[in-house]
Design a protein around this ligand. Structure first.
Ligand code: 7TS
Length: 414
């Protein structure tokens, strides 16, 4: 749905839906939460959905004929269809529930990777990957003798597309790349990356953890072969995520975890046969309440309209960038032209850790450290940065209060 040009997000109304935003920390300081890239806060509607599940119909799914089990199964499978529609997947068979992005990527590594890759094959990742899109591939590469190639990133934090195109060989089987970088905010041109990968005969896995909360994602339009994301970064609960995969790929892949739910028949004499998609990849009791609440989060987020979410977060990013660059000695790491609401920064003469600890005393929650992207930070010659990241509920006043607090902290430490 399109919305009128002059509409802007009613952020005060949005804030009222997040009880946690009324919290105070450190002797009555209002909480200024600028760590949504790590985990977003949860609207009342999602909290209520979890509460309602445990109050009224908590039961294991797919196994029982009793009323509660039928209700829980119905709600769980309904959520799958909502996810399908949300990302524009063709079929619910292509939507696998996981514990999060990390588990979704591990599923591809262990099932697709282990069954499809041979020694000498190549997998391409980028310098800006989160560790969860590096380490599983390294583990598999060591085990199978697969070569891991790394797409370089320039000084603005933009992927080097020229290098990318020239890194393919006839042994390149898959590209695994973030849609949006958690440490830099860079939005990668996934459609273009996918087209190039497909032209070269490779598949593409997209880590969408930082994209899905902020922009409309259409897996068909992107032509992603696999797409992974987490519930807890998109105003949903922890412990749940999604792996989208094209049906023909998932069908050819073996299960990676064995157990209940994922089988058709189990026999000691005749072996075991596996369930159809998507259940083949969902061994054991899943995060039932969380899946159902994820559906609620999707409805809540899409109800805001992504155009408005996008515009608002862009305003926050621009205002914060402008005010921060006015600070003496400020270095913003990651200045890509296409950027999401993430600002990684360092200030001359101040340790990132000190800034993070002291600014917390003013009620401001930012993140400091390597953001699970050590290779990326090292390529910028640093070990750690401070990172402010925005959600739909942040305001321009909060940005000002953050920058004012930062200035006061810098007086203390420099
Ligand atoms: N990929 C990206 C791009 C991420 O930002 C994260 C988490 C993950 C994968 C892993 O997601 P999980 O839900 O499976 O843990 N990123 C962050 C962060 O930036 N700070 O804390 C977690």
């Amino acid at each position: 749905m399109t919305v009128a040009n002059d509409l802007i997000l009613d952020v005060e109304q949005v804030r009222k839906e997040f009880p946690i935003l009324a919290r105070q920390v450190h002797d009555g300081k209002p909480l200024i939460y600028l760590d949504s890239a790590a985990t977003s806060q949860t609207p009342q509607a999602v909290i209520d959905t979890l509460d309602d599940y445990y109050h009224r119909y908590n039961a294991n799914i797919h196994r029982g004929l009793h009323t509660l089990s039928e209700e829980a199964t119905g709600a769980y499978e309904h959520a799958r269809d909502t996810v399908r529609e949300f990302i524009n997947a063709e079929s619910i068979r292509e939507v696998i529930f996981t514990r999060g992005t990390t588990e979704a990527i591990n599923l591809v590594v262990h099932s697709w990777g282990r069954s499809q890759l041979k020694a000498g094959d190549e997998v391409m990742i980028s310098y800006m990957e989160h560790h969860s899109n590096i380490v599983p591939w390294q583990m598999l590469a060591n085990e199978l003798g697969v070569t891991l190639k790394v797409i370089p990133v320039d000084e603005r934090g933009v992927l080097d597309l020229d290098a990318y195109e020239h890194m393919f060989t006839e042994r390149t089987r898959l590209v695994a790349v973030a849609h949006v970088s958690n440490a830099l905010g860079t939005i990668n041109p996934i459609k273009q990356l996918a087209r190039i990968a497909h032209d070269k005969g490779a598949l593409i896995l997209v880590d969408g953890a930082q994209a899905v909360p902020h922009q409309r994602v259409d897996v068909a339009d992107l032509d992603a072969d696999f797409y992974a994301f987490s519930g807890h970064k998109m105003y949903g609960p922890t412990g749940v995520g999604v792996l989208y995969g094209k049906a023909e790929l998932l069908e050819a892949m073996p299960p990676w975890q064995g157990g209940g739910e994922m089988i058709k028949t189990v026999s000691f004499d005749q072996g075991t046969t596996y369930a159809e998609l998507p259940h083949k990849f969902e061994a054991g009791t899943p995060a039932i309440a969380e899946v159902i609440a994820l559906e609620r989060a999707i409805r809540w987020l899409t109800g805001l309209h992504f155009e408005l979410v996008n515009d608002w977060e862009h305003r926050l990013l621009e205002h914060a960038t402008e005010r921060m660059l006015a600070i003496d000695g400020m270095r913003i790491i990651g200045q890509a032209p296409e950027k999401s609401g993430v600002i990684s920064f360092l200030v001359d003469g101040a340790h990132a850790q000190d800034i993070g600890l002291l600014i917390d005393q003013f009620g401001v929650a930012i993140r400091t450290g390597n953001h699970c992207a050590q290779p990326l930070l090292h390529s910028f010659g640093v070990d750690a940065t401070c990172r402010a990241s925005f959600g739909v509920y942040n305001t321009l006043e909060e940005v000002d209060q953050f920058v004012d607090a930062l200035n006061r902290v810098l007086v203390m430490v420099r």
